[in-house]
Ligand binder design. Sequence first.
Ligand SMILES: Nc1nc2c(c(=O)[nH]1)N[C@H]1C(S)=C(S)[C@@H](COP(=O)(O)OP(=O)(O)OC[C@H]3O[C@@H](n4cnc5c(=O)[nH]c(N)nc54)[C@H](O)[C@@H]3O)O[C@H]1N2
Ligand SMILES: Nc1nc2c(c(=O)[nH]1)N[C@H]1C(S)=C(S)[C@@H](COP(=O)(O)OP(=O)(O)OC[C@H]3O[C@@H](n4cnc5c(=O)[nH]c(N)nc54)[C@H](O)[C@@H]3O)O[C@H]1N2
Ligand SMILES: [Mo]
Length: 767
Amino acid sequence: MEKRLTASHWGAYYLSVDQGKITDVAPHEMDPDPSAIGQSFVDGIQHPCRVKHPAIRKSYLEKGPGAATDKRGAEPFIEVEWDTAFDLVAKELDRVRTDFGNQSIFAGSYGWASAGRFHHAPSQIHRFMNSIGGYTKSVNTYSYAASEVILPHVVGSMDWLLSQHTSWPVLEKHCQLMVMFGGIALKNGQINAGGVGRHTAKEGLLACKKAGTKFVNFGPIRDDVDDALGAVHHQLLPNSDVAVMLALAYQLYDGGLHDQGFLNKYCVGFDQFKPYLLGESDGQPKDAVWAEKVSGVDASVIRRLAKEMASKRTMITASWSLQRADHGEQTHWMTIVLAAMLGQIGLPGGGFGLGYAGVNGVGHQFNSFTWASLDQGVNKVRDFIPVARISDLLLNPGGRFTYNGQSYTYPDTKVVYWAGGNPFHHHQDLNRLLKAWQKPDSIIVHEQTWNALSRHADIVLPATMTAERNDIVCAKRDDDIFAVKQVVEPVGQAKNDYDIFCGIARSIGVLDRFSEDRDEMGWLRLFHAKNRQRAASFGIDMPDFDSFWEAGEYSLPAGKDLVLLEDFRKDPDGHKLRTPSGLIEIYSETVSSFELESCKGHPMWLEPKEWLRSPSAQKYSLHLISNQPATRLHSQFDHGKTSQQSKVSGREAITMHPDDAQARNLKSDDVVRVYNDRGATLAGLIISATVQPGVVQLPTGAWYDPLEPGVIGSLDKAGNPNVLTRDEGTSELGQGPTAHSTLVEVEKFVGPVPEVTVYSPPEIRSL
Ligand SMILES: Nc1nc2c(c(=O)[nH]1)N[C@H]1C(S)=C(S)[C@@H](COP(=O)(O)OP(=O)(O)OC[C@H]3O[C@@H](n4cnc5c(=O)[nH]c(N)nc54)[C@H](O)[C@@H]3O)O[C@H]1N2
Ligand SMILES: Nc1nc2c(c(=O)[nH]1)N[C@H]1C(S)=C(S)[C@@H](COP(=O)(O)OP(=O)(O)OC[C@H]3O[C@@H](n4cnc5c(=O)[nH]c(N)nc54)[C@H](O)[C@@H]3O)O[C@H]1N2
Ligand SMILES: [Mo]
């Protein structure tokens, strides 16, 4: 039995391999807090649901592009040889770019794909598309789109902020009070985009606790904070955080506890914000009594906490989930304004943090250089969409949209091409997506499994998984970098995305441009050479490629401790922020000049369209939190054992408060129907007071499994919350996703419970 190193977005492990089969998995010894998601490697890689052969939807193979697009998801697939598939894809891409132009190819292809610098499917697809003249892309992420657009106006880019976050050891030494909105969920810290050597969030938090940090959390779900932290927990109505933050700000100002010196020296626009805060501009002071009416948080709690925050070194944290909601731009902006009023930004242990443990990297000490990745080339097409506007793009060719103060047009999409992401996982209002999905002539995907994405495509090309190929795995800035070797043969005829694109590039006649005549190991050697060079410029002598490859891993000396915005605080002229004023913008002239109803010049409480105090709550009286799943990464490895073991009554679990369960006469393990006007899904019931009354939690990631495939509005059998969520942008500014602003009703499902069938392949025929 061999033990072979592998590495993933959720950690490094050793796989035991016996006669070509993965039989066991053990975490890497360097990891103090390994993730159980790795257990899914045992059955997840060589699972029957893997795509084994290139496959074409029946009508598409018979009649070509545009054939019976309303049957996507409902027809059998026909297996073809690779060369046939390459030619078919090449011919269609050539037809579309010649007849309509490259902007008619949508290849934004958002998604997390797998860890690995070379076999990173989104980089591969973008490089390939650029080698044939470009594609319509998507901008920003599902994770924090609203903040990515608003924060450059306020303090700086989200990516830059996240790479500078105050690190755990500094918090341990200096932070006396941590006030959290949306918790610091360790289930999320299991993950890091690109890879993770050591999971440090848990030990970081426990060290703070041991050193005496007091934790206070506002949120609908108690589990968002580890029990060991002994946090004081305050329930609040989902989406009402801005009201509580405003009231804390009001109480600071009212009590003379705000730091006027900090506001004068490091910020602009407090004077424009103040009339709103005090109610001079709209007749409503944003005091604690007002906030209680909005959020349900006791006014006395807010008053007391404001005083305590002003008397201690206080870190205010907000999870990313807060801004995946209607008017999400306001949440992190207001977090920063509140921290600015406390005046501790740039001091060790104080200020603000966005998304601690949202992924493992936030709070980690980073090194200052980034590892090499695949050069994607230049995209000649200017068209783009904000990432969550995919259904709008397909439904409204030629239609207009606004984004960050400007107006743009949606191109006419003929081909949708995806590799490394799953819109049937990530997008909101799947029934609306299904309608939009009928529009393009061709939908081409590279997939590993027969999940909802591949089932709803025309051309499905089977892609390898990590253990089936060689790669270098590391997060962009992590200290630990792994040489991950192929451990098992690819299932069936699965190929690496790179080799798939080489095959298509050869048919089109652009192979040289795409491949630069390098094979897999040639690219890995190139990356390593770049990495060594970068390390050397920091005085670090990395081993040569062969030694690295042989050793399997390399760790940089730990990065140094960080304090977010410390340089700016010490020397605001020498370290100007990249905002128009160079300072923190409590009021933004730029945003104000856009004249948007949905995002004004300073942060405000703007009522969500759908929440527990909106009229629709009469009909749908439960707020749905579709948060990140603890037992998988999004939809990845939903078929694996760690995820499958967490299912209740054969499907995704929904958690409900005992009072709500009693009112609906529901029992534990009941199969329930969760529904609203947009759709319905089945879930298995967990009754627990960890969620507050009026809130239900149904994590994302269960594979969409319609009772009647191809029928828009069909009941989903497996528990995918995105048949219920809203597909509207956060605002005309950011256009981010708003999954966390959703109301539903829940009832016992009556009648024979349909079996979940999505984890076995669909009907596949041979030619
Ligand atoms: N309701 C609701 N919806 C949400 C969210 C929410 O909070 N609530 N959160 C959103 C967020 S933050 C995010 S980031 C998105 C995540 O959305 P995605 O990133 O799209 O989700 P994944 O399941 O990670 O999708 C990755 C896909 O790539 C495939 N894949 C993996 N490796 C490879 C490879 O090497 N090659 C190829 N060709 N394919 C590969 C996997 O099989 C899988 O289908 O979801 C969003 N959706
Ligand atoms: N295990 C695992 N970890 C992951 C991922 C995964 O799929 N699996 N995905 C990764 C990705 S792509 C991302 S972007 C991050 C996302 O990180 P987050 O955005 O932080 O993730 P969520 O789990 O959606 O939300 C965290 C908590 O916010 C709370 N919450 C929701 N709405 C509100 C609200 O209005 N107010 C308050 N106060 N709280 C609210 C919920 O109780 C929820 O549990 O997670 C990453 N980590
Ligand atoms: Mo995300």
